[in-house]
Each structure stands twice: as structure tokens, then as C-alpha cells.
Design a binder for this molecule. Structure first.
Ligand code: IPM
Ligand code: MG
Length: 358
């Protein structure tokens, strides 16, 4: 197969890590007889600097015509004072909305090789940590009506959900749970928010189709606490756009290795949007310090979900595991590794490519 991949290196460490992701895709392609054609395109701060627009029409066009999109990261202090619709983040929201990738899968996985990096007490995570957050991505308060009063003293944003927007996320929650430990927790704020009460109503109307799944509901404040008190109770969490944004950052930190976590954003058809969950880390951009493994694992998700190349996805994941087993670490996951095992972005990419070639 020849796969057409649109790449959006973006800002900060984005170019450093996307480069390694592409090299790994090429290596896995070579091993399994596929080729990849990459088309690099602009979004975020890089696009603002080049064109004045965070998401040029040409970028959307390239993305929509691809089999999948690999995005590094967008944003940085340089663009922080621009108005909302002109900020680099507007590119991300525009891409998600225009590509209609409404479901964001964010696995928070603790790699056993990196257990010592987990900030929780060993007894809390003795059974490991493996949570899948299914975050609604193209609705809710991120996309609802917002505004300011004429005198500028009052501002508002709106959380609004339709039954359809909810049911397609909850469905993915149930179906993912069926493939995992069969537990789904819908996280909301149904003691206060009417939209959350609709999430519960819709979920209740669907649960009969999934009798094998143990369903629970949890208020988001409690969920934030439970994630550090007893994260092992969670298998799949399905939740709204903003709650998913917040809880996925928390869950990633709980695993101790934010530099390792991947994500996939999917719609009904068309290309998926793939990005590591960490940000653009402008302070270490271009210094060969960033951890490329989150992006490499994001490429594995791309192989699995969009390119329907499961063996290839497993091969990439196994190569990452082999590199970690051999003790190689980037600075962010170094822990007490000896200095000669601490490597930069490029070398980490090399090691994964070598493991794939074996
Ligand atoms: C994320 C990020 C984005 C979000 C920002 C950069 C707009 O935090 O992907 O989690 O809030 O969705
Ligand atoms: Mg976030």
C-alpha cells in the first residue's frame, strides 16, 4: 500500500518529533512492504508567521485529501497575546471541527519499564495503570456560543450538547470497554449542569445494548480526585470536551510519562488526526532534547485505526518496548538511568528504527 500522510510539524518541538515519527513510519513500511508519501503543511504559529492565518485553507485541503494527518504541536509564548481566533490553538480547533474528528482517544498507560517515574505511591499503582479516555472533541464549550457584553465587563461561553453528539461518544466508550476490561465510567457534572443530565439520559438509553459492560457515572470533581486516589478503578472514561481535556492531562501526569502518551482523533469516515498529547515545549525546541516516543506511539495508533495496519502498529509498539527494555531513555523519563543511557530525540528515533529492522 502507499499511504498519503499530511504532516503538520507546527511549533516548538513539533518539527523535532514529527521528523522521528515519519522515520519510524518509513521503517515499518519497509519491513511490511508499504510506502508513505508525506506532505508537509503549515498550521499554528508557524502558519501565522508565514501567512498571517493559523489555519490556511491549503492546509485543510491537504489534510482532507490525505489518508491521515500527523500533527506535532502548536502554540508558544510568541503568539500568546493574539486574539482568540488568531491564536495557534485556533488551528487545532479548526482542524478538529473541519475534519469532523469528534472522538478523541487518549490512552493513559503506565509503561512498566517507567514505573519508577510514576508520582503515586507504589501500592496505589501496583497493578499498573491503563485508562482510555474517550473525549468528545468537536462540541461543548469549545465550540459553543461565546461572547462579551458591549462594555467588555462580562464574558460567556456555552456548553451545549445534542443527543447525537453524546451518543456517538458514549457508543465508542461502550465499544472500547467491550475490547478492554468492560468498565465504562461517564464523567460529568450532572448535579449542576443540564447538559450533563442529558449525557446520563442518553447513556441510560444505550446501556441495554451492552449488558456485559459495568457502567458507572462520576462527577468530574470526584473523578479528578479518584484518578490520584485509586486510578486502577478506571478502565474507559467517556466525557465532554472540556472535562476530557482536563482529566487527560491529569491522567497523563499520573502515569509519570507525559512524553510517552499518544492520541487519535477520529470521525465517521475520512482521515484521522493524530497527535501526541504533550504540548510544544518551546524551551527545548530544536535542541534534540524532546522525547519522540509519544509521536512514535501516535504513529502506531494511526497505523491501527486509520490505515488498518494492525501488525505494523504492534511492531512499532514492540520496538518502543524493546528500546525501553534495553534501558534507553530521553531526559524527561531518565529517572535514575545512567548517563550513558540518556539520549536525544534523534538517537531515540534511531534506536526505534533499529529495533524495527531486527
Ligand atoms: C489538548 C490541548 C488543546 C485543547 C489546546 C492546545 C487547544 O490542550 O489537545 O488537550 O484544549 O484541546
Ligand atoms: Mg489539553
Amino acid at each position: 500500500m502507499d499511504f498519503k500522510i499530511a504532516t503538520i510539524p507546527g511549533d516548538g518541538i513539533g518539527p523535532d518529533i514529527v521528523r522521528e515519527g515519519c522515520r519510524v513510519l518509513e521503517a515499518v513500511g519497509k519491513k511490511f512492504g508499504h510506502s508513505f508519501t508525506f506532505t508537509e503543511t503549515l498550521a499554528g504559529g508557524a502558519a501565522i508567521d508565514a501567512t498571517g492565518n493559523p489555519l490556511p485553507a491549503e492546509t485543510l485541503d491537504v489534510c482532507k485529501k490525505s489518508d491521515s494527518v500527523l500533527l506535532g504541536a502548536v502554540g508558544g509564548p510568541k503568539w500568546d497575546n493574539l486574539p482568540g481566533s488568531k491564536r495557534p490553538e485556533a488551528a487545532l480547533l479548526g482542524l478538529r471541527g473541519e475534519m469532523k474528528v469528534y472522538a478523541n482517544l487518549r490512552p493513559a498507560l503506565m509503561f512498566k519499564q517507567l514505573a519508577s517515574a510514576c508520582p503515586l505511591k507504589a501500592e496505589i499503582v501496583e497493578d499498573g495503570l491503563d485508562i482510555l479516555i474517550v473525549r468528545e472533541l468537536t462540541g461543548g464549550i469549545y465550540f459553543g456560543e461565546r461572547g462579551r457584553s458591549e462594555d467588555g465587563t462580562t464574558a460567556w461561553d456555552t456548553e451545549k450538547y445534542s443527543r447525537d453528539e453524546i451518543s456517538r461518544i458514549v457508543k465508542i466508550g461502550f465499544e472500547s470497554a467491550m475490547k478492554r476490561k468492560k468498565r465504562l465510567c461517564v464523567v460529568d457534572k450532572a448535579n449542576i449542569l443540564e447538559s450533563s443530565r442529558l449525557w446520563r439520559e442518553v447513556t441510560e438509553s444505550m446501556k441495554g445494548n451492552y449488558p456485559a459492560v459495568e457502567l458507572s457515572y462520576m462527577y468530574v470533581d470526584n473523578a479528578a480526585m479518584q484518578l490520584v486516589r485509586n486510578p486502577g478503578q478506571f478502565d474507559v472514561i467517556a466525557t465532554s470536551n472540556m472535562f476530557g481535556d482536563i482529566l487527560s492531562d491529569e491522567a497523563s501526569q499520573v502515569t509519570g510519562s507525559i512524553g510517552m502518551l499518544a492520541s487519535a482523533s477520529l470521525g465517521d469516515s475520512g482521515p484521522g488526526l493524530y497527535e501526541p498529547i504533550h504540548g510544544s515545549a518551546p524551551d527545548i525546541a530544536g535542541k534534540d532534547l524532546a522525547n519522540p516516543l509519544a509521536t512514535i506511539l501516535t504513529c502506531a495508533m494511526m497505523l491501527r485505526y486509520s490505515l488498518k495496519a494492525e501488525r505494523e502498529a504492534v511492531a512499532v509498539e514492540a520496538a518502543v518496548a524493546a528500546v525501553l527494555d534495553a534501558g534507553w531513555r530521553t531526559g524527561d523519563i531518565a529517572g535514575d538511568a545512567s548517563r550513558d543511557k540518556i539520549v536525544g530525540t534523534k538517537k531515540m528515533g534511531d534506536l526505534v528504527v533499529q529495533a524495527l529492522e531486527q
